[in-house]
Ligand binder design. Structure first.
Ligand SMILES: C[S@@+](CC[C@H](N)C(=O)[O-])C[C@H]1O[C@@H](n2cnc3c(N)ncnc32)[C@H](O)[C@@H]1O
Length: 277
């Protein structure tokens, strides 16, 4: 399978661990929608507390891919964007922050940003830095965009921007899958630090998420959580103990088919998918 987006390195290991028959796939921490766009299910509900990606998807779903591409290319020309033109990138970022917040501005900024990552500060200003020498809108990006549009226009997807605790799970049943890919408590991400215009992630969030999964389990709904049990010598002890009730799938190649307990002294990142099915 060719993955849409494709920046999310664990997708090839993750997707085969999902059940083959999913009616509604709840992607509760949807982020860049890598999982939403690649999962095999009848319906997708994408949720993320941050609205930027879903706003973009809402704007372009149903649009013609060539027209969208033309808009992006026009911006690349207007701002003379290239792998080396920092001024062009910064001018575009300024214009975006001054109110020109169309989806094509957001997408094109992301293409030229460091690591192609979007990042916002507390004032909700786009503040990713320029991806000098690396980031651009290449032919490969163009081909990926066409595939992405094709997929977006052909799946039944809806969007929410809620805290994970506020999503309504009461209709989720045994045919559905609720997937959680939260910020990882012991490894850092832009979205963990509470300085991005929304509250950060702490141990109480982890506890609330574990309690929510227990509730889903009691109501007979399948769930799956991506997380990190160990990272650079730190362990998420609460999660390790809680996860023993469920099935733990180790995603790092180094830990496949081997006993985590026997290897827990190794100073590595231990990424897992915890499931109740
Ligand atoms: C590990 S990332 C998810 C990556 C995603 N699977 C992808 O394909 O890009 C975690 C996401 O959780 C979101 N998030 C953080 N706190 C949240 C909360 N309380 N409720 C819902 N989403 C939250 C962040 O905005 C971030 O996009």
């Amino acid at each position: 399978m060719n993955y849409i987006g494709g920046k999310y390195k664990l997708l090839p290991q993750l997707l085969p661990l999902f059940p083959s028959n999913i009616s509604m796939f709840y992607d509760i921490f949807g982020g860049g929608a890598n999982v939403s766009l690649n999962v095999n299910s009848e319906f997708v509900l994408y949720n993320d507390i941050v609205p930027y990606v879903s706003n973009m998807f809402n704007e372009i779903k149903g649009e013609d891919a060539d027209l969208c591409l033309n808009k992006i290319k026009q911006l690349v020309t207007d701002y003379k964007l290239s792998k080396t033109n920092r001024e062009g990138f910064e001018k575009m970022r300024d214009d975006y922050n001054k109110g020109n917040k169309s989806w094509d501005m957001f997408f094109t900024l992301m293409c030229f940003s460091f690591n192609n990552q979007y990042r916002f500060n507390n004032k909700q200003e786009y503040n990713s830095s320029f991806g000098k020498h690396k980031s651009c809108f290449s032919e490969v990006t163009e081909r990926k965009f066409i595939k992405f549009m094709d997929r977006l226009n052909n799946i039944d997807i809806s969007f929410l921007n809620k805290d994970f605790r506020e999503v309504d799970y009461s209709n989720a049943d045994e045919n559905d899958l609720v997937y959680f890919d939260p910020p990882y408590l012991i490894s850092c991400g832009n979205y963990n630090d509470g300085k991005r215009g929304f509250k950060g992630w702490n141990q109480q969030d982890d506890i609330d998420l574990m309690n929510l999964c227990d509730k889903l389990d009691e109501q007979g709904t399948r769930f799956a959580i991506s997380n990190v049990l160990e990272h650079k010598g730190l362990k998420n002890e609460l999660l390790i103990n809680w996860s023993k009730k469920y099935n733990i799938n180790y995603l790092n190649n180094n830990y496949n088919n081997c006993n985590y307990q026997e290897n827990n002294k190794i100073n590595k990142t231990v990424e897992v998918l915890i499931t109740n099915y």
